[in-house]
Design a protein around this ligand. Sequence first.
Ligand code: FAQ
Length: 310
Amino acid sequence: QHVELQQSFDATIADEARIEPRDWMPEGYRKTLIRQIAQHAHSEIIGMQPEGNWLTRAPSLRRKAILMAKVQDEAGHGLYLYSAAETLGADRADLTDKLISGRQKYSSIFNYPTLTYADVGTIGWLVDGAAICNQVPLCRSSFGPYARAMIRVCKEESFHQRQGYELLTTMMGGTDEQRAMVQESVDRFWWPALMMFGPPDDRSPNSEQSMAWGIKRHSNDELRQKFVDMSVPQAEALGVSFPDPDLAWNAERGHYDFGEPDWSEFTEVVRGNGAMNVERIAVRRAAHEDGAWVRDAATAFAAREQENHR
Ligand code: FAQ
């Protein structure tokens, strides 16, 4: 019977059809999806912090309203993704526990500090830009609930990217000081944004199997290249440069050549040694502990309601 189940799973993948929660799936497929979706959900939740840092100091009411809406969207994405993980049998409380005890990862990018308001624009433009580049193909992921969640998430992320670009465009039309602030921010975020796509293909242990299963649709290096190609004309239009002397159009390849990110820095950040790792987890842990009474009250309320309806 197991052979038949495996054959039916393989046929679904080969037909580019969707695997749904009720379907049989290999344990490795389930585990890989839980790992990736949980990491993705954690990134959305931790990703609220760098920009949330500027909510109380936004330069105008308009900017504050926009930023508040964006940060709220990230919370929504996180909840959506935790729900997708739950369809695979994962327990949300357990996933949160794994995040705050350091047993599950979140994206390296959120371990860099946000030092100026220009960082809000740069995160929108480059970080959400990289996120979209990586996530649009995931709308065709082989696992139904993940693919469907990605459709809405991508629509919201593209709004986020535009607001970031618009913010930077406004600053570039301002004073010399504002223009310098934008360039300084782009200089800090360019390389970390390239690292969001993960290690180079020859050092990416999960890529091959995840691509065979249709969980990932492109390799890390393919998406990184796509992001560079997309970003260079946008930088030119904005009037900023990227801090990479090797960045140059290669007519033969039809792509931009670019330098190598500092992979030792990436490894250190993923290991927990980036500038903000300790603070990010401490803030998340404190929010979880401070919210314990809400969870307790909701559970007690649900129990009482059930009792009343007996
Ligand atoms: N940071 O074998 P691979 C957002 C880990 S966007 C930390 O290549 P895989 C939106 C990887 O987990 C950000 N760790 O792995 C937003 C694995 O470790 P493990 C979130 C990383 O899974 C914007 C090991 O390295 N987006 O939040 C990173 O095939 C603005 C080996 O790597 C997603 O998660 C990294 N950058 O490919 C929110 C998208 N890269 O688990 C707020 C979905 C790799 O074996 C504000 N995820 N690792 O111990 C994916 O597409 C994939 O998981 C990759 C990694 C491409 C990230």
